[in-house]
Write a protein that binds this ligand. Structure first.
Ligand SMILES: Cc1cc2nc3c(=O)[nH]c(=O)nc-3n(C[C@H](O)[C@H](O)[C@H](O)COP(=O)(O)O)c2cc1C
Length: 384
């Protein structure tokens, strides 16, 4: 597919909309309830104004970022996105390859289609994202499997003790059982996207949750894994579970899903190595504040005791710089890479990452910022 003319996150989103069945597009694009927080993530970030600085003679800005013993080529990671292997053939492998080539970490979701060992065989070992589930023996096996595959950074997602209703997924049958007419509609949805049918639905099998399938006795198909997840997400999860995780993971633990300064302090006290300020891209508790709004107060509460990462609404290199000025060390993207993957596979993700790098670089020059490590509130326009 030609990606000529695809230059912004919106372009990739539109291209993905043409390529994907509606059900999958809505799964990626949508949020919880009325999608208020999803919209706020984008709007609040875009409202962050930087100072324009001129005649600074800065030259080429420095984008390399030190994070938990790694050097990233810029302050960006590909965040965990479940089911990415349904957006493109063996999608997690393609995205991880693009990330590795760009010098950036790729985070593999617990509910990715490709298992960690398949991703690690094709690219740098991914960061591994974990959902806390009730069955702790299962979790021990899951963690051991990720470690064996070469993963060393664990992203512990804590904002999903229970899944929130997502209306689009309930209507489409992504998270509900459809009646006869609905099932016909879903089949037509697939059939009217023949390239996706041939390339992903038929050509990208197996469509199991790769990290989970092997751990079930006798392997598991998609429906059984999905059912198991629904019944096993642990609503009793609490900070004491960090000790369990620490006991079973010798690498760094990054806690994802912090939105409140008190929780950020608790994460520090619980021994997290880093936190990710996140509201799950507006896919959990709708109506909560955007991450751009919450970040400065969390940065103040954490007071440099650990690195702060952030996601939510990041659609450009300029957005990355905005998040750095609000207190983040680095950013994660979700929908931006998932849509680029659907639109153009590995090449699409590579192209999108190169564009974000160029945008970040330009934004830094225009705001007089020489080095990402020095980006902070001094770059903000505080006229009002
Ligand atoms: C389709 C989709 C699937 C996601 N799956 C996961 C997941 O499996 N685990 C997780 O921790 N976060 C998941 N997230 C949340 C993202 O990691 C991230 O927090 C969010 O997408 C950031 O917002 P953005 O999409 O505006 O960049 C998912 C997000 C999307 C859009």
């Amino acid at each position: 597919m030609s990606l000529a003319g695809t230059v912004s996150a919106d372009d990739y989103r539109r291209a993905a909309g043409r390529r994907l069945p509606r059900l999958l597009f809505d799964y990626i694009d949508g949020g919880a309830f009325d999608e208020v927080t999803l919209a706020a993530n984008i709007a609040d970030l875009r409202a962050v104004r930087l100072r324009q600085r001129v005649m600074t003679g800065l030259g080429e800005p420095r984008l390399e970022t030190a994070l938990l013993g790694e050097t990233l080529s810029m302050p960006l990671l590909l965040g965990p996105v479940g089911f990415a292997g349904m957006a493109a053939r063996r999608g997690e492998v393609q995205a991880a390859r693009a990330a590795s080539r760009a010098g950036l970490p790729f985070t593999l979701s617990t509910v990715g289609i490709c298992p960690a060992r398949e991703v690690a065989a094709a690219a740098a070992p991914p960061w591994f994202q974990l959902y806390m589930v009730r069955d702790r023996a299962f979790m021990e096996r899951l963690l051991a499997q990720a470690w064996e595959a070469g993963c060393r950074k664990l992203v512990l997602t804590v904002d999903l003790p229970a899944p929130a209703p997502r209306y689009r997924d309930m209507r489409s049958g992504m998270s509900s059982t459809l009646g006869f007419a609905g099932r016909i509609g879903r089949a037509l949805d697939g059939l009217t996207h023949p390239r996706w049918m041939a390339g992903v639905y038929l050509g990208g099998r197996p469509h199991t949750f790769g990290n989970l399938a092997d751990l079930f006795v006798g392997n598991a198909d998609f429906a059984r894994s999905w059912d198991w997840i629904r019944h096993n997400f642990d609503p009793t999860v609490c900070w004491r579970d960090m000790a369990f995780t620490r006991k079973n993971w010798a690498g760094e633990i990054v806690v994802k899903g912090i939105l409140d300064p008190d929780d950020a302090r608790a994460a520090v006290d619980a021994g997290a190595d880093a936190i990710i300020v996140s509201n799950h891209g507006g896919r959990q508790l709708d109506g909560v504040a955007s991450t751009a709004r919450c970040l400065p107060r969390i940065a103040e509460a954490v007071d440099d005791r650990l690195p702060i990462l952030v996601d939510g609404g990041i659609r450009s290199g300029l957005d990355i710089l905005r998040m750095l000025t609000l207190g983040a060390r680095a950013c994660l993207i979700g929908r931006a890479w998932a849509f680029a993957l659907a639109a153009g596979g590995e090449a699409g993700v590579s192209r999108m990452l190169a564009q974000m790098r160029a945008e970040l670089s330009a934004a830094m020059v225009l705001s007089g910022c020489k080095d990402v490590s020095s980006a902070g509130p001094q770059l903000l326009d505080r006229l009002d």
